[in-house]
Design a protein around this ligand. Structure first.
Ligand code: FES
Ligand SMILES: [Fe+2]
Length: 398
């Protein structure tokens, strides 16, 4: 039993956050200044940055970061702010779908034409005839690659959690895959409501009929049939192992002051092979992962990245806080490179589920904004959400 489960077992029942945590611009400003930049942010799946000059732009609060593969093959993360008078250099709409891969040669500021190399160094500054600005560079952040995904953050903290993600997703060799679909969702709610919602599936049976149809365990738990789940789980793991799939060890909620993460493998049940309308495969298995059929890996890395992995696709949910009551969720569907299936089929289940979640989270924002809202008690199945709330409170009050 980890520390948190021990804590709950001892009867500690933290309540939900007060309304101001979701509505007060000063709270958001504190998060922007002192929390967001300490967390690793998943910019884009690394396969999107395969070619030199390919890039993406990620916006969180007022920060905009360019992640780009340079001419020397190195991936760098650069602050998207000109060193002259600060103008945004590239616009943040390049999520990384198949058609959107760009071949950037250099970064030119549209305002007065200063020109930066892809490693961030100022190559040419109009007006600097004496060459006094030589050596000026776009601000650089740290870059990490784990599990086929590219992350940036301001510091080098939290590498341990990246290792856990690397172990869980590394088996699927996502860097050899491709981004087959992307979508950006606008959510009129504070980012923490989104994260809280994604950390529990207690709402799934009543709010996500399509997802519950696909994932047998949701209804098995709801109906008190844990024994069916346990038998599905054993059967699936034996089958998977026979076909050479060794599920990564579960780590349900590793938490420290700076970060948290979890990774769990589970059977889909009901004979479903993947997360699709009829449970059938949508495309080829990831390299070496045919034995993973019928199962899923569910995990998160801190409050900003959630993922579900199946035999033929991995979906990433990236939480991007924009303002106190506005969040964007960037979603990536990664498949094997030779996937030729329909994007509509690929995105159907989670697009449907996400729209249901957006409604729930936006209506929660409305509720917590009421003067009649008071913090409520968590229940047992919300243990991850409760842990997140405690983690956030510890950060906020330290
Ligand atoms: S602000 Fe970029 S060149 Fe002037
Ligand atoms: Fe949900």
């Amino acid at each position: 039993m980890n520390n948190f489960n021990q804590h709950v077992a001892e009867g500690n029942t933290t309540k939900t956050l007060s309304g101001s945590a979701y509505t007060d611009p000063e709270v958001f400003e504190k998060e922007r200044r002192f929390l967001f930049r300490t967390l690793p942010v998943m910019a884009v799946p690394s396969c999107h940055l395969e070619k030199k000059g390919s890039y993406t732009v990620t916006d969180i609060a007022k920060e905009s970061i360019i992640t780009v593969r340079g001419k020397d093959g190195t991936i760098r993360a650069l602050a998207n702010s000109c060193r002259h008078r600060g103008k945004r250099l590239l616009q943040g709409n390049n999520l990384g779908g198949t058609e959107k891969i760009s071949n950037l040669k250099s970064i030119v500021c549209p305002y007065h034409g200063w020109n930066y190399k892809l490693d961030g160094a100022l190559a040419h500054a109009r007006g600097d005839e004496a060459g006094l600005l030589k050596g000026l560079c776009l601000r650089k952040l740290q870059v990490h690659e784990a599990g086929g995904l590219t992350f940036y953050n301001k510091t080098n903290e939290n590498v341990l959690h990246l290792n856990a993600l690397d172990k869980a997703l590394g088996l699927l060799c996502l860097s050899e895959g491709k981004v087959s679909a992307t979508k950006q969702y606008d959510v009129k709610a504070n980012w923490k409501l989104w994260t809280e919602n994604f950390l529990e599936c207690w709402h799934c049976a009543s709010s996500h009929p399509e997802l519950s149809e696909n994932k047998g365990f949701i209804t098995q738990f709801e109906n008190g049939n844990e024994d069916v789940y346990v038998s599905d789980d054993i059967k699936w793991r034996i089958q998977a192992q026979k076909k050479g799939w060794i599920t990564p060890e579960d780590a349900d909620l590793e938490m420290d002051k700076a970060m948290f993460s979890f990774n769990v493998s589970l059977p889909l049940g009901k004979g479903n092979l993947t997360a699709s309308k009829n449970g059938k495969r949508l495309g080829p298995a990831f390299n070496g992962a045919a034995g993973f059929e019928g199962g899923a890996i569910f995990g998160c890395l801190g409050p900003f990245l959630f993922y579900m992995a199946y035999v033929d696709y991995v979906i990433l949910f990236c939480v991007r806080p924009i303002a106190v009551e506005q969040t964007k969720v960037d979603v990536f569907w990664i498949t094997a490179k030779d996937f030729e299936g329909s994007t509509e089929d690929l995105t159907w289940l989670w697009n449907t589920t996400l729209k249901q979640d957006i409604k729930l989270v936006e209506e929660s924002q409305q509720g917590v904004s009421s003067l009649y809202y008071t913090p409520g008690p968590f229940q047992a199945d919300e243990y991850r959400t409760q842990a997140f709330v405690e983690w956030w409170k510890n950060w906020f009050h330290k």
